[in-house]
Design a protein around this ligand. Structure first.
Ligand SMILES: [Zn+2]
Length: 291
């Protein structure tokens, strides 16, 4: 019998490792990620943002994850990454997602708290009805918005927008969220000249103050040492998206250039699946402390 996602997160925290969370827009990326996870035999979370979800299909991806988890008795979970309204969180949870991130960072704090709390209450109610343990996560502090290649650190991200331990504690108490994604020097996307360094001390303080596991968003472009230190300091889930997108695009471009007459999608896209698998395998090794 598989454990719940909450139990895997708790186990990760005890072992001082982190669970990898990887985003997909299509089934090819799912295969690359799942191949890598299975090779290492570690739990894994598939994430879809609102845009990714619309493209891959909300019910379709949920059905695939559920089917594969049951067929292989494998700890693979599905997360609604950065959903911006109660309705979109609700739709994802109704479709069978294991977790959701309500992102109301742009709202004034009190409105953010109300909306987040509404999602937490709905997840509890639905989970109770369906016998599922559904997790709700929220982000606190600004870390930029898109998973792309950036010329520089996004505007509005600075030490001032980093999460404080007091803010995190207050937010968790007020909302009852299961997981929190703080701003600790991380950013969404990858900066061409290199990503900023993480504030490891801040991670430790936030984890101690807020009492729930921490999720590191914007993992692409962070150095191996920073990842290790962040995980040791209290990060239990790491999000990677941009690196996968880059690997996919580069492999696809290379193949098309070298094979201009090939038209079979399963041949054209195979190198992209392999490239994603490679990136994910390296990241999972690091997060799970596998040599
Ligand atoms: Zn994020």
């Amino acid at each position: 019998m598989l454990k719940t996602l909450r139990e895997y997160i708790k186990e990760a925290e005890e072992k001082k490792i982190a669970i990898g969370h990887f985003n997909i827009s299509n089934i090819e990326a799912f295969h690359g990620i799942y191949n890598a996870a299975q090779k290492l035999n570690v739990p894994v979370i598939i994430g879809v943002s609102e845009g990714e979800e619309e493209f891959v299909g909300r019910d379709e991806i949920s059905a695939i994850i559920k089917e594969v988890r049951e067929r292989d008795n494998y700890p693979i979970f599905l997360n609604a990454d950065h959903h911006y309204s109660f309705e979109s969180v609700k739709d994802a949870l109704l479709a069978g997602y294991d977790a959701a991130i309500i992102d109301a960072v742009k709202l004034p704090l009190e409105e953010n708290i109300l909306l987040t709390k509404k999602c937490v209450e709905y997840a509890k109610e639905l989970g109770g009805k369906e016998g599922r343990d559904i997790l709700i996560e929220a982000e606190l502090g600004f870390i930029g918005q898109s998973s792309k290649l950036l010329e520089e650190i996004p505007e509005g991200v600075s030490e001032k927008t980093m999460t404080t331990q007091d803010d995190a504690k207050y937010f968790v108490e007020q909302t009852g969220i299961d997981l929190i994604a703080p701003s600790v020097g991380n950013i969404h996307g990858m900066v061409k000249g290199g990503n900023p360094k993480l504030d490891i001390k801040r991670i430790k303080k936030i984890r101690e103050a807020c009492g729930v596991p921490l999720v590191l968003h914007g993992g692409s472009g962070i150095s191996d040492q920073d990842f290790q230190d962040a995980i040791d300091a209290g990060i239990s889930i790491v999000h990677i998206n941009t690196e996968i997108r880059v690997a996919y695009k580069e492999a696809l471009e290379k193949y098309l250039k070298e094979n201009p007459n090939e038209i079979a999608p399963y041949k054209i896209l195979k190198p992209a699946v392999d490239a994603i698998e490679k990136v994910v395998e390296q990241r999972l090794k690091l997060f799970n402390k596998i040599k």
